[in-house]
Design a protein around this ligand. Structure first.
Ligand code: ADP
Ligand code: MG
Ligand code: MG
Length: 876
């Protein structure tokens, strides 16, 4: 018969669904023969039934009575026995540990009579009164919901109270309960037990718990188990105490036992930090026998779980009791170190190590970090948009950033918000700080892509551009050129230089020789990941430097080489001339001057990726992004006219800006549409690519470019530009006397392209899913604007637990991708498929792309090791 109550002697660690994490592990420790105070677990099923019906399910009370009886018989003490009472703890324990859930209630079973019995029986009046005081306090706050301050205010001065004073506190606490609830504290122990269990059940649905589950993506319908356990007492004088310990260092993963111990205390005191704890090593001096026994139990547990365990224990008058264990929480560094060490110790195999450590944990090891310092104070705080630690001089515009960086200064680019025009400055800067914008703002997305540290939306920072300074909330000022430090992991901004360290792992990945145990551990597992994974990992890289770095970090090619930055900086003049050109001749002059510049860019990137594929995307953004801002320009022209200094070029430019102005540029003249509308633009790019390829071949290299056309919606568009591109390549091939086979493919980033992928596959050699735009166009919201307005509301209400720009929306966008894969491969079974949106570096998304059979993911260079890691985990 299915039962609602399980004795600790019956469960196992694998029954977390039914018994909760704490209950399952208490059962496991009991089965291992470790000293666990006896007890039983009320199952999550009982909780679910309670929450559904608002009352205890039929039979639950009887089952609890039976188990209680058996417990009393075993211990030889009864609940409510006035002479020698049994006391119980009631402990919540869901499948996943959840802060915000109900706390524990200790010492259930005490009342005005039994407290006398406990005093006589233990010979310690103070201990008995203190236990009763604890029960009233815990029961009052957690079961009756009274504000904890009502009790703790009264207790503040009571740390070393004698028995008489404690009895006064007890009387006061009972009065507080009476006043606040209108009823007496329940004197019937069985009623105390019933109410405590009910309170644990109900705590599943407290707002705190609901919010936490949403945040952590824990299902709503699991319910919590309740553990009812015989009390043991750490507060029984100097030969008693409580502690917590770890079988390895949870901060570094280094072997060796770690922990804290508090003499003459119950467990809650250890965590509460009321008194100072001593280290576990000191327990050896206080009570050698218990210490040895504990070390043995720790070793048993670690070998049994084959993982680092965290343990709560109590010593009652020289006897050790184990109260809790679980696989311990740890820092990312410890996660990697422990997994690798356990492989070396042959406790687990390498695949299990990969299963245990997430790519996100690996990523955390790769960011530069500030040395810890508790006294450091942030002068402003924004969103932790792109992790890492950056120190440099404040610069307030992109041009200054580039200029100072070129003369060797470390700079932090500080802007109200960034635009594509800031790209050069962002690349030149060590870090980026913005006053406006959320985690998917331009600054945040671009910074993450480049692996640059970024704090965005630091609203308390005001930028005084004319005065070249920042103003902080406290009224103080930071001049351009002053040094600040920003922490992209926490969102904090500091004045002056905070010491930073580049992690050894990154230096090793970059080819430096560094002796470091953690780097050894990570790289060993990364080698294993490369053997396990099926997906290729490429990088998004637009410059030769990024290409080289990507290659060192293990990229198998470039999946997205954007070409728009090749139109910025000093080349903008040429682009402006191209746009304002009045006839073919003028246009051709501008194109002819751009072509060799692009060719040089491509040649260097192809060289850096020699022998590996380089997917080059033709120009994508709307042309007006390369022109001055409409308002600025209009003002300038008006001023010039007023002063009779009319400038013909500016007038032409203004006309062009007006002509190109669009209400929705994102849905406007961009991508393949540019190739069709602006004569010669794509041909020029194709020619530059083909010439660069020819240059590389003649230099003895092995260039492998692929040309990618953005924003295609129909096969017709691609067919048209494909012919032009092929002609441009063929012309170069003939001129150079070489055989140039350059695959031509397309991005799939519009829903229409996805659903007509079979037709598009007829004219494409490959697809690369541009999941950023595909997400925008499928949901119909723009990435730059969602954050501010409704997104938070959506997240709070659980409509979108996680941003679809961070992790692929499997049901919607993912389904379109899947459909395009099926349609495309139906026409062309060998169609090569990849993804190049931000999702290419996101763990959950990588697992999805592996599942649906893509050939590769492409992500920013610094993300490459993480993608290699997650691509392996997707196979395990
Ligand atoms: P949490 O989930 O917050 O860790 P626990 O259920 O582990 O809550 O309880 C907190 C503390 O209460 C434990 O660390 C332990 O010190 C004390 N405690 C729980 N059960 C008992 C018990 N049966 N005897 C003595 N102390 C207990
Ligand atoms: Mg708790
Ligand atoms: Mg605990």
């Amino acid at each position: 018969m299915a039962s609602y109550v399980w004795d600790f002697t019956h469960g196992t660690k694998d029954q977390k669904d039914l018994l909760g994490g704490k209950g399952a592990n208490l059962a496991e420790m009991t089965r291992l023969g470790l000293p666990v105070p006896p007890g039983f677990t009320v199952t999550t099923e009982a909780c679910r039934a309670f929450l559904a019906d608002g009352r205890e399910p039929d039979g639950l009370e009887e089952e609890i009575d039976e188990h209680l009886c058996a417990l009393e018989a075993r211990i030889g003490r009864r609940l409510g026995d006035v002479a020698d009472p049994l006391l119980l703890s009631v402990r919540s324990g869901a499948k996943f540990s959840m802060p915000g859930m109900m706390e524990t209630v200790l010492d259930i079973g005490l009342n005005d009579q039994t407290v006398v019995g406990l005093a006589t029986q233990s010979g310690d009046e103070r201990f008995a009164a203190d236990s009763y005081r604890r029960l009233l306090q815990m029961f009052g706050t957690t079961v009756l919901g009274i504000d904890g301050a009502a009790f703790s205010d009264r207790m503040d001065a009571a740390a070393d109270l004698d028995a008489d004073r404690l009895r006064e506190v007890v009387a006061d606490f009972k009065a507080i309960i009476r006043e606040r609830t209108g009823s007496e504290f329940p004197q019937d122990p069985r009623e105390q037990l019933r109410q405590a269990i009910r309170a644990v059940f109900a705590s599943w649905n407290t707002p705190r718990a609901v919010l936490y589950r949403r945040h952590e993506r824990i299902p709503e319908d699991l319910g919590t188990a309740v553990n009812v356990q015989v009390m043991v007492f750490g507060n029984r004088g100097p030969t008693s105490g409580s502690g917590v310990c770890f079988t390895r260092d949870p901060a570094t993963g280094e072997p060796g036992v770690y922990g804290d111990y508090l003499q003459n205390a119950q467990g809650e005191d250890v965590v509460a930090g009321i008194r100072n704890t001593v280290s576990l090593a000191d327990l050896a001096d206080l009570d050698r026998a218990s210490y040895d026994e504990l070390l043995l139990a720790m070793s048993v547990l670690e070998h049994h779980y084959a993982d680092m365990c965290d343990i709560e224990f109590t010593i009652e008058d020289g006897t050790l009791w184990m109260l809790q264990t679980r696989v311990g929480k740890r820092t990312p560094a410890a996660a990697v170190q422990i997994a690798a060490d356990l492989v070396a110790e042959e406790q687990i195999d390498p695949d299990e190590a990969l299963r245990r450590v997430t790519g996100t944990q690996l990523a955390a090891l790769m960011f530069p970090q500030f040395a810890p310092d508790l006294t450091r104070r942030a002068v402003a705080t924004g969103l932790n948009a792109s992790p890492g630690a950056a120190v440099g001089r404040v610069v307030l515009d992109s041009a200054t950033a580039v200029e100072w960086a070129e003369r060797g200064e470390a700079v932090i680019l500080v802007r109200k918000e960034t635009t594509p025009e800031d790209l050069a400055g962002m690349m030149a800067a060590r870090g980026i700080l913005t006053a406006r914008g959320g985690k998917t703002s331009h600054a945040a997305v671009v910074a993450r892509g480049m692996g640059r540290t970024c704090v965005c939306g630091a609203e308390s920072v005001t930028i005084d551009l004319p005065g070249r300074r920042l103003r902080l909330a406290d009224g103080s000022e930071v001049a351009e050129g002053d040094v600040i430090s920003i922490d992209g992991t926490t969102g904090e901004v500091f004045l002056g230089e905070v010491p930073v360290s580049e992690p050894a792992l990154v230096r090793r990945l970059e080819g430096e020789v560094v002796d470091d145990r953690l780097a050894d551990a990570a790289l060993g597992l990364l080698d294993r990941a490369d053997l396990v994974r099926r997906l290729e990992v490429r990088a998004n890289a637009d410059t030769p430097d990024d290409a080289r770095r990507a290659r060192r970090l293990g990229a198998g090619g470039i999946g997205l080489c954007r070409t728009e930055h090749m139109f910025l900086g000093e080349r903008r003049g040429l682009v402006e001339r191209l746009i304002v050109a009045e006839d073919d001749a003028e246009r051709e002059i501008a194109l002819a001057r751009l072509e060799p510049l692009q060719r040089q860019d491509f040649a260097e990137i192809l060289e850096a990726m020699d022998g590996l594929p380089v997917t080059i995307r033709l120009i994508d953004p709307p042309l007006h992004e390369f022109l001055p801002d409409l308002t600025d320009l209009a003002v300038r022209v008006a001023l010039e006219d007023e002063r009779h200094e009319e400038d013909e070029h500016d007038h032409e430019l203004l006309a062009a800006v007006r002509r190109l102005h669009e209400q929705n540029p994102m849905l406007g003249l961009r991508g393949v549409r540019l190739g069709i509308v602006v004569p010669g633009l794509f041909d020029m790019q194709a020619t530059a690519i083909a010439e660069a390829t020819a240059d590389r071949i003649e230099a003895g290299g092995d260039p492998r470019p692929e040309v990618m056309v953005p924003l295609v919606a129909s096969a017709g568009e691609l067919a048209l530009v494909r012919t032009q591109l092929e002609q441009a390549v063929a012309a170069v091939a003939t001129r150079r006397g070489l055989d140039l086979a350059i695959p031509i493919g397309t991005m799939i980033e519009l829903p229409r392209a996805a659903v007509t992928a079979d037709r598009i596959a007829g004219v494409a050699d490959f697809f690369s899913f541009g999941t950023n735009d595909l997400t925008q166009t499928t949901w119909g919201f723009s990435r730059d604007d969602v954050e501010a307005e409704f997104f938070t509301a959506y997240r709070d209400r659980g409509i979108l637990p996680v941003s679809p720009f961070e992790s692929i929306d499997v049901d919607g966008v993912g389904s379109l991708v899947q459909q395009a894969v099926r349609l495309g491969r139906g026409v062309r079974p060998d169609l090569h498929l990849g993804v190049c949106g931000e999702h290419g570096g996101d763990p959950d998304s990588i697992h999805f792309f592996d599942r649906i059979g893509l050939d590769y993911v492409s992500c920013s260079p610094y993300r490459v090791p993480v993608a290699r890691w997650e691509a392996a985990r997707a196979r395990l």
